[in-house]
Design a protein around this ligand. Structure first.
Ligand code: SF4
Length: 242
């Protein structure tokens, strides 16, 4: 047995520093949070079935059964790897819930972790396997949990752990109501780990747009503490990619 998975497919990374890079995505099921803007709500709970793309990038899915076993997963990844593919993206849901299963993998491909950063102990188990870590930091207005301060502490600890061996960047989803005050603890926390950690401000993909004025204001605020602050929207939604 490997883990409960929602889908496996080949597409382009639509967020963050590796925007446009081709990856095989392994979308794990289960998540401990309940963010108001969640764009993968179906992956937060477990189901008996999953879907596995037959041909890289074609969207020609076949049904699979959960939990997927390790051999089947490794076979599906190998089948979806192409000459321009650079990473296996471990995404979700929350992949760190499945750290023990990930640790059992014997893949020769670079691993790209997309995490909500809520599990430092789990991150420690696989930190030596991860090439690139994309680490979310949640804000109170995301309504991710009833224990926000504990989550933020865990997120910063996870980032510090992953940064030891992986190229690591942080990502904050910006809502129209986000303020300097609400991002301040995250920015201060990141700066206390390392001012060189890139911070991506990602305007939420919703009907109600985040204004350029707010983004510039938050950029300058974060830029006082961190050396590399960028605004990068979610492009896979814009482009209709998976
Ligand atoms: S951490 Fe990700 S998967 Fe979990 S609720 Fe938030 S947005 Fe959804």
């Amino acid at each position: 047995m490997f883990a409960y998975i929602s889908e496996i497919f080949n597409s382009l990374q639509g967020e963050g520093l590796y925007l446009g890079v081709r990856q095989v995505f392994v979308r794990f099921q289960r998540c401990q949070l309940h963010c108001a803007y969640c764009d993968t709500p179906d992956s937060r709970s477990i189901t008996e079935s999953c879907r596995i793309e037959r041909t890289a990038g074609k969207g020609d899915f076949k049904p699979g059964k959960n939990p997927v076993d390790t051999k089947e997963l490794e076979k599906a990844i190998a089948n979806l790897w192409t000459s321009s593919t650079k990473h296996v993206s471990l995404t979700g849901g929350e992949p760190l819930i499945h750290a023990d299963s990930i640790h059992s993998l014997t893949l020769e491909y670079p691993l790209y972790l997309e995490t909500n950063s809520g599990f430092p102990d789990q991150a420690s188990k696989i930190k030596d396997m991860i090439s690139v870590a994309s680490c979310d930091i949640k804000l109170p207005e995301h309504e991710p949990t009833d224990h926000y301060n504990e989550l933020l502490k865990n997120e910063l600890e996870t980032i510090a752990i992953l940064k030891e061996n992986s190229e690591t960047f942080a990502k904050i989803v910006v809502l129209p109501v986000t303020t300097q005050q609400s991002i301040s603890p995250a920015v201060e926390g990141l700066a206390s780990i390392d001012r060189d950690i890139p911070l991506i401000l990602q305007p939420v993909t919703q009907k109600e747009h985040v204004s350029p004025d707010l983004l510039f204001d938050l950029m300058d605020f974060a830029g006082e503490k961190l050396k590399d602050v960028r605004v990068i929207p979610q492009t896979h939604k814009m482009m209709g990619w998976l």
